[in-house]
Design a protein around this ligand. Sequence first.
Ligand code: HGY
Ligand code: MN
Ligand code: MN
Length: 413
Amino acid sequence: MDHRPQLSVKNGIADYIEWLSQYGASPEGGVTRLLYTKAWMDAQLAVKSEMSSLGFETSFDDVGNVYGKLSGSQSSADIIMTGSHIDTVVNGGKYDGAYGVLAGMLALKQLKDTYGTPKKTLEVVSLCEEEGSRFPLTYWGSGNVTGTFALGDAAEPSDGAGVSLQAAMLENGFGKGAYRPARRTDISAFIEIHIEQGLTLERSGADIGVVTSIAGQKRYLVTLEGECNHAGTTSMKWRKDPLVTSSRIIQELVMRAGRQPEELRLTCGKMNVEPNMPNVIPSRVQFSIDIRHQEQEVLKEFHDELVSVIRGISDEKGIRAVIDEYMSIEPVPMDQTLKAAALQTAAENRISCEEIVSGAGHDAQMIGRRFPACMLFVPSQGGISHSPREFTSAKQLDIGVRVLTDLLYKLAY
Ligand code: HGY
Ligand code: MN
Ligand code: MN
């Protein structure tokens, strides 16, 4: 008996979104699909089977990216690729990543049905991981496609339960040569469509955003070791309290981020306190720091400031601090020629469109470091994302599919 959720008949992008959101559905109406978990595998298998039913040649690569291919009549050395990521944050929205995969599938289906075989091969990819939700590593899918990562990089990163990325990958049948290597050298254009996850398009009323560049980001895990002690008998002046120290550090960093040109964005979204008891001064606190900015110089300088603030306040409090910068990607500009083609395609369709900078990271950022990349945005209601309240209307989703389809037609036919 197939235990997968019963699928509704899919006749449009909004239906497709509902269909895929059943995989990893959370009680709050969100979606949780973490890399190499059952919900993730079920979703990849469902996407692969749906791609086959649309008439594409389908395949896994050796890290679990899923491809749907429409072979072209000319050489297959320069592939026109579209797609996005299938993984999500915990209890995230049903559009982040999924929209780009499903819109790509619909676009290729429409092109195949209307124009038949393309000149250049068209591929839609469901990339295995982008968010960095389960393991302290992001862009595992696109990072393997571009050679930024190799299978050996999976050995170290482990999830909260101590399972390594490598063990989880092997457990799902990947990483052992059963599928072709993930590394690609034949991509001549990568087009990713995605929800904006911000307020710009909703505020301006434009239906489509064409991304000029994607913000750089750095992620850290900071560990503060203090002295565990009794809440009632330990005088305030003798304490080595890592939780109070971390709050001092976070406040100082947020204040300094606000002083940067063009607002550097700083988020501490994750915190673990040990032993996490109300009447015990904590022994150890771990917290994340995520910083974003459009200019690499600002990120580099703030990195130095961040390290000196953490060291200075920790030393003052007699706390040992370990700073692990586990992710860093520079701001990446999108390809100018593809950007111009995207703007023209929207204009030809009389669709309101504007150029926009992306504050969020995307697979197009990782792929754009090696191959020409282009990003299209559709509006997010209230600018909300990474939340069950993430929403984009069926009409706006459809407009995005139309522009993507026309752009892919120009590139491949
Ligand atoms: O965090 C980001 O910018 C993206 O959603 N992974
Ligand atoms: Mn995301
Ligand atoms: Mn995303």
